[in-house]
Design a protein around this ligand. Structure first.
Ligand code: SF4
Length: 73
């Protein structure tokens, strides 16, 4: 069951089924990805470009993103 998180500009999609819990996302950008919080993704924690750069580091592609004005990548 995928989850969507948006800041109005971009949307981050998280697929928990394929998340490897590698911790890369929250070790690098805890302001946005904090597994102790609910919801665990805070889209106000950083700017869109910072969030995009981190999402693209996800090794399993459990995290993906799209601009709200475009199609999902
Ligand atoms: S970087 Fe990707 S695989 Fe690793 S914990 Fe975050 S969402 Fe899961």
């Amino acid at each position: 069951m995928e989850k969507h998180y948006t800041n109005g500009d971009i949307t981050v999609v998280w697929k928990p089924d394929i998340c490897q819990h590698s911790t890369i996302c929250w070790r690098n950008l805890l302001q946005v990805f904090n597994p102790r919080k609910h919801p665990w993704v805070d889209m106000q924690g950083a700017g869109s470009e910072t969030i995009i750069a981190q999402v693209e580091q996800c090794p399993s592609r459990a995290l993906t993103w799209f601009r709200n004005s475009e199609q999902e990548k």
